[in-house]
Design a protein around this ligand. Structure first.
Ligand code: PEP
Ligand code: MG
Length: 587
């Protein structure tokens, strides 16, 4: 029975994965196992430790079995999350601390594990970086599996759900998301979770509409309730009235129509009406995103952010592990090219094992290339791994946050040293590999002509370039209205960079968020960018506009925009032009 109270009730969560799903709710019990801490007889400590270790072993077997099952049924994609959980399971902190607590405090294994998990939580809670904070949930998920194992409680496997349902759960582990069969589960909603949790990342990669962080979802929604979820806005509507139902149905049909229409662009060239080609590539972090990038017609990886390899852990990945990750990406994309950016951490991206000092002003601190140059013992293995991967496909390397020529020369000297080392060892790599720099600091813009003589390509990082040029912290939500990509200072900077690149005969690419905004395409085209790299789902919309623009008109538009004095004026001018020319485009 549906109570009148819940009719047309709207809940708001976080938009985790776009798409609208309309269907029947299916609440699955993923609630936590209640844990009671109890003292034990000191004589029973060894047995209790054994019981804990056996549970850990069984969870390891369970995860391996799930991996084999999913690999056979779905193929090898997306299984990295299970590997992450296996790594957590082997983490000395988890097992050694728990056994030490049993030993010294004489308490039961469940209580000891709970205390260890609390320590992890305190550690992660103190971290500013959202991505890393979300990794705490991976530890919780593994801990919960062990607790379930000890309590002998099993979960309803999502693989066996029947019918077209929207799954409602307190939390879903990435393993749960991996098990989702899209012909049976059309979306999911969770109480917990953030946009960068592994479950949300996987939902986007698998293109399953999802809303997370609804908080009261399992308390409010019952199995059998009619439900609408909008994964692009985070809206959840419970037992919608006819009007709301019709409105969302229209939106869903329109969304699906747009996706179908945009999918038709996939095989068409990214070319203007006057025959000018621009490369449209993707920004990715995991090899699991490759099918989505290819599905959206991406012509290569324009930005492989390697920091994710370093962030989900307490130690650092060695050369072999990095090599495996880079080769996997290169092979998955082959014959399309992959531009690999070296480690860009520090600032708002935290890596625990690099022992970064607390800095008063981290955005301007020891980050990105500065950190790599200071930690050659971390940088060299990364360079070796990327160079080795270059023997398996088309690879380019580029370096973040370069502020001037001296830095580039130092980087190139290191690259040459590493190349000599590989040659001496007889290890193959691409001898003609192209080197590039991110242009994201004003000093790099102002010395772009000098930098252009040193490298093979530029890639403009507008996220940071806007932050540093306009002195607007990109992570400060109170300043977001001042984060203006169309500010005349930014347009002038972009022009300086493209002109300097072309004068030196090198490529001008752009990989900041600005590249994925269809409204900015005429400006970026008119400025002369050769390559735009963006989040894969943005590619079709950008391509659609590109295929209707002429380069000659775009150049004129830029000339007029450059005469305006404020970002608002440029914005109004651009909107006017876009609505006059592209009012019938799909948005
Ligand atoms: C940028 O700064 O625009 C960029 C692409 O790099 P990131 O967002 O990783 O700093
Ligand atoms: Mg950047």
């Amino acid at each position: 029975m549906v109570s009148a109270k819940s009719d047309n009730l709207k809940l708001q969560g976080l938009a985790a994965s776009p798409g609208i799903a309309i269907g029947m709710a299916r609440v699955t019990d993923r609630s936590k196992v209640p844990v009671v801490e109890q003292p034990i007889d000191p004589a029973d400590r060894a047995a209790e430790i054994m019981r804990f270790r056996q549970s850990v072993d069984r969870v390891r077997e369970e995860l391996h079995a799930l991996k084999v099952q999913l690999e056979t049924e779905r193929g090898p994609e997306h299984l990295f999350v299970l590997d992450t959980h296996l790594l957590i399971l082997d983490d000395a902190m988890l097992t050694d601390q728990t056994t030490a607590i049993i030993e010294t405090e004489c308490i039961n294994a469940e209580g000891a594990l709970k205390r260890t998990l609390n320590r992890y939580r305190e550690f992660f809670n103190g971290i500013d970086d959202e991505y890393l904070r979300e990794r705490a949930s991976d530890v919780e998920i593994v801990g919960e599996r062990i607790l379930r194992q000890m309590a002998g409680v099993s979960q309803e496997p999502l693989l066996e759900l029947d019918g077209k349902v929207i799954v409602i759960a307190h939390d879903l582990s990435p393993a749960d998301v991996l098990q989702i069969d899209k012909s049976r589960v059309i979306g999911f909603v969770t109480d917990l979770g953030g946009k960068t949790s592994h479950s949300a990342i996987l939902a986007r990669a698998l293109e399953i509409p999802a809303v997370v962080g609804v908080e009261t979802a399992t308390a409010t929604i019952k199995s059998g309730d009619r439900l609408i979820i909008d994964g692009a806005t985070g809206a959840v509507v419970l037992n919608p009235d006819d009007e709301t139902f019709r409105e969302y149905l229209r939106c869903k049909q329109y969304y699906e129509y747009c996706e179908r229409e945009l999918a038709k662009l996939r095989g068409l060239p990214a070319e203007t009406v006057d025959g000018h080609r621009i490369l449209l590539k993707g920004n990715v972090e995991f090899v699991e995103e490759v099918p989505s990038l290819q599905g959206h017609g991406g012509e290569g990886v324009g930005l492989f952010r390697t920091e994710m390899l370093f962030m989900n852990r307490t130690d650092l990945p060695g050369e072999e592990e990095q090599f495996a990750a880079y080769v996997a990406m290169v092979k998955a994309m082959s014959p399309a090219p992959v531009s690999i950016r070296t480690l860009d951490v520090g600032g708002d991206k935290f890596v625990s094992d690099l022992n970064l000092d607390d800095e008063l002003n981290p955005a301007m601190g020891l980050r990105a290339i500065r950190l790599s140059l200071r930690n050659a013992e971390t940088f060299r293995p990364q360079l070796r791994a990327i160079l080795r991967a270059s023997a398996f496909g088309r690879v380019r390397i580029f370096f973040p946050m370069i502020s001037g020529v001296a830095e580039v020369r130092e980087v190139k000297r290191l690259v040459r040293e590493v190349m000599d080392e590989l040659r001496r060892e007889g290890i193959p790599f691409d001898e003609t590999i192209k080197l590039g720099v991110m242009i994201e600091v004003p000093s790099a813009v102002l010395t772009a002509d000098l930098l252009a003589r040193e490298v093979d390509f530029f890639s403009v990082g507008t996220n940071d370039l806007i932050q540093y040029t306009l002195a607007i912290d990109r992570t400060n939500e109170h300043l977001s209205h001042l984060f203006e990509p169309l500010h005349p200072a930014i347009l002038r900077s972009l022009k300086l960079v493209v002109d300097a690149a072309h004068a030196a005969g090198i490529e001008a690419c752009i990989c900041g968020e600005m590249a994925g905004e269809p409204a900015y395409l005429p400006i970026l085209l008119g400025l002369g960018f050769d390559e735009l790299s963006m989040s894969p789902p943005s590619i079709p919309r950008v391509k659609q506009i590109l295929r209707r623009c002429s380069r000659a008109e775009a150049r004129e538009l830029v000339a007029r925009a450059m005469e305006l004095s404020t970002a608002d004026q440029v914005d109004t001018f651009l909107r006017g032009e876009i609505s006059a020319r592209f009012s019938d485009s799909i948005d």
